[in-house]
Design a protein around this ligand. Structure first.
Ligand SMILES: Nc1nc2c(ncn2[C@@H]2O[C@H](COP(=O)(O)OP(=O)(O)OP(=O)(O)O)[C@@H](O)[C@H]2O)c(=O)[nH]1
Ligand SMILES: [Mg+2]
Length: 370
C-alpha cells in the first residue's frame, strides 16, 4: 500500500505556517492529490482551523496540548483522515512556541508509524525580523531571552529552513539574513519564499515532494529554559457572539478591535507574537492578524455584505501575564463596540502554557531503511 506523505511545518508564532499550508494544500489539490490538514493548539477555539475549513479543506485539530504532549491524539487524527478515504498528503502545523519536535514527534513517527506514513523533511518557517532578533544575541527585540532560546532551537532541529515573507522586505534586508542563516546552519537547505504572494512556491513544492530523510537533528534542549520561554507568553482563546442594532459592515469593527488591542499592549510594553481573529456571519467570513513590530492590523474580508449578527474567534499570544491579557482584550472589545453592540463572550481561556511533558522523547535519530 502507498504510504501517506506527512509534512510538518514548524516555526515561531506568526511566521506564516497556516498561510503556507493553505496555499500548499490548494496547489496539491489542483495537481490531483488528496490532502488533509491537522492544526494544533494549547486550547480549543482555533482560528487556524476555522480559516482552513472556510477554504473548503479537510481539517482536524489536536487541541489542549502540542503534538509532542498529545502524540497519540496526533496519530489518531492522522489515522482518522486515512480511514475517511485515501489521502496522499497530510499537512501538520505544530504550535508555534513548541520545539524539540524532532525528538518527540518525528523520531516516534518514524519508529512507530513508519509503515503508514512517509515523513517529509521537517521544515521550520521564519519571519525575517524575528530571525534577525533571535540570531543577534543579546536579542534586541521585545521578548525575553528564553523565548528566543525556543526560536533558535526550532532552527537547530530543522531539516530545512524557509525564510518567509520575502515580499514584505527589500532584497537588501532579505539577502544578508539568508546569508546569516546559511552561515549559522551550513548543512540545512534554505528556501526563500513568500507564502502570501507565491514567490518561491514551485521550489517549495518540489522540495516537499522529493523523498528525503527527515528528522536528522536532535539538539540538546534545556527543558527548564524551554518551559520558562513558553510560560513567558500569555495565551488567550475566546469565542464571542456579537449583535448589532442594525446591519453592520464588520471589517471596521475588527480593525478597531485590533487597533485598540495593539495600543493597550503597547502601553503595557507587551510584545505581540501573534494575534489573529476569524469573524463569521451568514454572509461569509473575515480574518484579521497582528504580528509584532510596527505593522498594523491586516484585515482580509470575504464578507458578501453587512449583517446584524457575527461570531468572533480570537487567539492572542503575547508576552504578558494571562490575566492582564484578558483585561486588555475585554477592554478593547468594549471600546471597539462603542456601546452599540451586544457582546456575549461564549468562552474565554487565558493562560500560560504549562511545562511540556512529551509522550515520547528519543535521544537518537531513527534510521529508516525502506
Ligand atoms: N507579507 C507577508 N505576510 C505573510 C506571509 N505569510 C504570512 N503572512 C502574514 O503573517 C501573519 C501570520 O500568518 P499565519 O500564517 O497565520 O502564521 P502562523 O505561523 O500560522 O501563526 P501561528 O499559527 O499563530 O503560529 C498573517 O497576517 C499572514 O497574512 C508572506 O509571505 N508575506
Ligand atoms: Mg497558524
Amino acid at each position: 500500500m502507498q504510504k501517506t506523505r506527512l509534512i510538518l511545518v514548524g516555526g515561531f508564532l506568526g511566521s506564516g505556517k497556516t498561510t503556507l499550508l493553505r496555499r500548499t494544500a490548494g496547489e496539491l489539490l489542483a495537481r490531483g492529490q488528496r490532502v488533509a490538514l491537522i492544526t494544533n493548539d494549547q486550547a480549543p477555539g482555533l482560528v487556524d482551523t476555522a480559516f482552513l475549513k472556510q477554504a473548503g479543506l479537510a481539517v482536524s485539530e489536536v487541541s489542549g496540548g502540542c503534538f509532542c504532549c498529545r502524540f497519540d491524539q496526533f496519530v489518531a487524527r492522522a489515522q482518522e483522515h486515512l480511514a475517511q478515504g485515501q489521502v496522499d498528503v497530510i499537512l501538520g502545523e505544530p504550535v508555534g512556541s513548541c520545539t524539540d519536535l524532532s525528538a518527540t514527534v518525528l523520531q516516534p513517527l518514524k519508529d512507530l508509524c513508519g509503515s503508514q506514513f512517509q515523513l517529509a523533511p521537517f521544515v521550520v518557517l521564519v519571519d525575517p525580523p524575528r530571525a534577525r532578533e533571535a540570531l543577534s544575541p543579546p536579542a534586541p527585540g521585545g521578548f525575553p531571552e528564553n523565548v528566543y532560546y525556543i526560536f533558535r532551537k526550532q532552527l537547530e532541529e530543522a531539516d530545512a529552513i524557509v525564510l518567509n515573507k520575502a515580499d514584505a522586505y527589500p532584497d537588501a534586508e532579505v539577502r544578508p539574513l539568508a546569508a546569516l542563516l546559511r552561515r549559522e546552519f551550513p548543512t540545512k537547505p534554505l528556501l526563500v519564499i513568500s507564502a502570501l504572494t507565491g514567490v518561491g512556491l514551485d521550489a517549495w513544492l518540489a522540495f516537499i515532494g522529493k523523498p528525503q530523510p527527515a528528522g536528522l537533528h536532535i539538539p540538546e534542549i534545556d527543558y527548564d529554559l524551554y518551559a520558562e520561554g513558553e510560560a513567558a507568553l500569555g495565551w488567550l482563546n475566546a469565542r464571542v457572539d456579537i449583535t448589532a442594532p442594525l446591519t453592520t459592515h464588520w471589517a471596521p469593527f475588527c480593525r478597531k478591535l485590533l487597533q485598540h488591542f495593539r495600543e493597550s499592549l503597547a502601553e503595557a510594553k507587551a510584545e505581540i507574537a501573534h494575534i489573529k481573529l476569524f469573524l463569521s456571519t451568514p454572509l461569509g467570513s473575515l480574518t484579521g492578524n497582528l504580528t509584532g513590530g510596527a505593522s498594523g492590523p491586516v484585515i482580509q474580508s470575504g464578507l458578501q455584505g453587512p449583517s446584524q449578527n457575527a461570531s468572533l474567534l480570537i487567539n492572542a499570544r503575547v508576552h504578558m501575564l494571562p490575566e492582564a491579557l484578558r483585561v486588555a482584550f475585554e477592554r478593547s472589545l468594549l471600546e471597539a463596540g462603542g456601546g452599540d453592540l451586544e457582546i456575549r463572550v461564549r468562552s474565554l481561556e487565558s493562560f500560560s502554557p504549562a511545562r511540556p511533558q512529551p509522550t515520547h522523547r528519543y535521544t537518537r535519530v531513527v534510521e529508516l531503511t525502506a
